[in-house]
Design a protein around this ligand. Structure first.
Ligand code: GLY
Length: 324
């Protein structure tokens, strides 16, 4: 993760606001294939290059947006170096890793899991909730039992790195959100496929060293993610409490429905957060993709990045932001 971050920071140092990233050979081949059928698009929070590569691989082979966002979200879930998602995520203040995720498809179906322990791929578990149960949300022990019945392996998600960070945190045990935590935080990912269908997913280990049982915005349909195939899709990253209070993703999609460009809708949704004073300084970043394939992104503070794949080309952007 450090190497990737250093790479992007060097580019930032060069004063560039947008970067074309190197595309591996396999993707280059898929890219030439995809140019025959344009329109497919992916947008994700932060510099999740490997995640969007995995998602693009699905889209470029005429896979669905739903399969693409799931494939993308699974990448940081499996990465032990990513300390805010899945395996390797920082634990709660009792030293236990608990995960939240959700997924939503072009039919308006959604599935969500929260406060899940020992299951790495919670985005896939959320999809099973959507496809195999009559429910939208499953939490804690119930979600874990469902995972077991679906054959998900039980794994210890606490890495040595995360355990050490928790032990250091215990010395002061300050309960304080970090802005741009490690320059990545939650992954939210949105995609449009060759049939113009939209889907989205969101997955996180939540706020580092949170209270036991704390759930943020990421598994909350309408806050952390919302998709309306006729209109657009939105997701976010940052302090979940703030996003939940303003029902971020749904409000962005509703503004797009009223005719706003996704960029303006993201900015307006960020401006709504400014009335929240009681968390001190915090970060929130939103991204959106409308049914026409137009994208938007905006954050409260400097430092939020998002990544886009269009016609097989991956580009990283520095988001515009509110507080200059
Ligand atoms: N946005 C992730 C969380 O607050 O849990």
């Amino acid at each position: 993760m450090n190497t990737r971050r250093d790479f992007f920071q060097k580019l930032l140092g060069a004063g560039l606001g947008m970067y074309s990233l190197q595309i591996p050979e396999t993707l280059r081949l898929l890219q030439s294939e995809s140019l025959k059928s344009p329109g497919r698009k992916i947008i994700a929070t932060w510099n999740n290059q490997k995640a969007v590569e995995a998602a693009w691989k699905v889209l470029s082979q005429n896979g669905s947006a739903l399969d693409a966002v799931e494939a993308g979200a699974r990448v940081p879930e499996a990465d032990p170096e990513d300390t805010s998602v899945g395996y390797g995520g920082f634990p709660d203040r009792d030293g236990e890793v608990t995960l939240d995720a959700c997924i939503m498809d072009h039919l308006g179906r959604s599935g969500s899991v929260m406060f899940v322990r020992n299951i790495k791929h919670v985005v896939s578990l959320a999809r099973r909730v959507m496809e195999k149960t009559p429910h939208v949300y499953l939490a804690g022990e119930g979600a874990e039992r469902f995972a077991e019945s679906e054959g998900f392996p039980k794994e210890n998600l606490l890495t040595e790195k995360a355990r050490k960070a928790w032990e250091e945190w215990l010395i002061k045990a300050e309960y304080k959100p970090k802005i741009n935590a490690e320059r990545h935080d939650t992954i939210g990912i949105l995609a449009q496929d060759h049939l113009k269908n939209l889907s989205g997913a969101c997955t996180t280990s939540g706020m580092a060293f949170k209270m036991k049982g704390r759930v943020g915005d990421s598994p909350i349909i309408g806050s952390g993610l919302f998709v309306d195939n006729e209109v657009g899709a939105a997701t976010g990253t940052g302090l979940g409490e703030a996003v939940n209070r303003k029902v971020g993703a749904f409000s962005i999609v509703e503004m797009i429905r009223q005719g706003m460009h996704p960029q303006k809708a993201c900015r307006k949704a960020i401006e709504r957060l400014c009335s929240i004073q009681d968390y001190g300084e915090f970060q929130v970043g939103y991204i959106a993709l409308d049914h026409k394939g137009q994208i938007g992104a905006y954050s409260l503070r400097k430092g939020f990045q998002y990544i886009v794949v269009e016609e097989g080309k991956i580009k990283l952007f520095d988001s515009d932001y509110h507080f200059h």
